[in-house]
Design a protein around this ligand. Structure first.
Ligand code: TYM
Length: 342
């Protein structure tokens, strides 16, 4: 039996933060033994908002090196750059032509990002979820481990595969049964870490695009900076940390972060911190964050010291990914009736 497939990716837009790690990459690491895993750096998604061409290549390498530093093992997983496998753009075009425009106009992330950009919104930003669907569907992924904010995009990918491709274009076997063209993927959104909130506002998601650097902890922040950001994190006047109090979103978020970073269960963390004031809790959280990130930062430095090492991983990943992706693309081309390539 082949192992179930996993595909996921992160955009190379600046340094990754605790949300990307705890919501996504940390869960990828655990899947490497039991699944056939594909992890891409989604550089084509990174240009759906205005980007700096002088930074794109470097940010792509940094992101790939961070995957490796977080524990993605190139011996077990396929790590590659999205734009290096042309099938992603090509399948996105084919899917564009069967995806209703109003499915994209309802996407929450599009609406949120479009508001920020005013009249500068690109067609690419609207089309972002179709490219994401192509990323996933090309690999016949069974599971897609992501944070909570990607749930709607995953549902769209499922609907495109099921309703717009399989239902309309699946060929039939001799018995008249339809043979699905594309696999319909399932999201994997773990409860803990799926929605890490900003340090400066417990009701807003921790995000790379927040102009306030103090709102997030980057995986490459040095210990002093981590400690400073946590010291300045928003608090409330109540003593004791607790989960689930709607009046205290910051307490909920920071206690959740503490549990994940210190490797404690939520119950244990809640018990340990129930009587603590913020002044006692914050240094504890800062220490847990620094210690959790120390090995990631050390491994990152090792990967970056050998300038060719990350590029070599990506080259090998590209070849493996392209072989799988091209096969799926050909299947879709055939189902849609294109003249086969010679
Ligand atoms: P990106 O780069 O915005 O986010 C990468 C991953 O990090 C998760 N994430 C969070 N999780 C918890 N709390 C947060 N505050 C937080 N912020 C981000 C995201 O859910 C995501 O899992 N569109 C994708 C990139 C993508 C992709 C794909 C993912 C492109 N193609 C195919 C899976 C499969 C994204 O959100 O990137």
């Amino acid at each position: 039996m082949p192992r179930p497939r996993v595909l996921s990716g992160v955009q190379p837009t600046g340094a990754l933060h605790l949300g990307n790690w705890l919501g996504a990459i940390r869960n990828w690491v655990d899947l490497q033994d039991s699944h056939d895993t594909y992890f891409c750096v989604v550089d084509l998604h990174a240009i759906t908002v205005p980007h700096d061409p002088a930074r794109l290549a470097e940010d792509t390498l940094t992101t790939a090196a961070l995957y490796l530093a977080c524990g993605i093992d190139p011996q077990r997983a396929t790590v590659f750059v999205q734009s290096h496998v042309a099938a992603h753009s090509e399948l996105a075009w084919l899917l564009n032509c069967v995806t209703p425009l109003n499915w994209l106009e309802r996407m929450i992330q599009f609406k949120e990002k479009a508001i920020k950009q005013g009249d500068q919104v690109s067609v690419g930003l609207l089309d972002y979820p179709v490219l994401m669907a192509a990323d996933i569907l090309l690999y016949d992924a069974d599971l897609v481990p992501v944070g909570e904010d990607q749930k709607q995009h995953l549902e769209l990918a499922r609907d495109i595969a099921q309703q717009r491709i399989n239902a309309r274009f699946a060929p039939r076997d001799a018995a008249g049964e339809s043979i699905p063209v594309l696999k319909v993927p399932e999201p994997l959104i773990l409860k803990e870490g799926a929605r890490v909130m900003s340090l400066t506002d417990g009701t807003a998601k921790m995000s790379k695009s927040d102009p306030n650097e103090g709102s997030r902890i980057s995986l490459l922040d040095p210990p002093e900076l981590i400690t400073k950001k946590i010291k300045r994190a928003k608090t409330d006047p109540t003593m004791g940390l607790e989960f689930g109090n709607p009046e205290r979103p910051e307490a909920d978020n920071l206690l959740g972060l503490y549990a994940l970073l210190a490797g404690k269960t939520r119950d244990q963390a809640a018990q340990d911190c129930a009587a603590m004031g913020w002044g006692q809790f914050k240094p504890l959280l800062a220490e847990a964050a620094v210690e959790a990130l120390r090995p990631v930062q050390q491994r990152y430095e090792q990967w970056r010291q050998d300038s060719g090492a990350v590029a070599a991983v990506l080259r090998e990943g590209e070849a493996k990914a392209a072989a799988v992706a091209n096969e799926t693309l050909e299947r879709v081309r055939q189902a849609l009736g294109f003249l086969p390539r010679s």
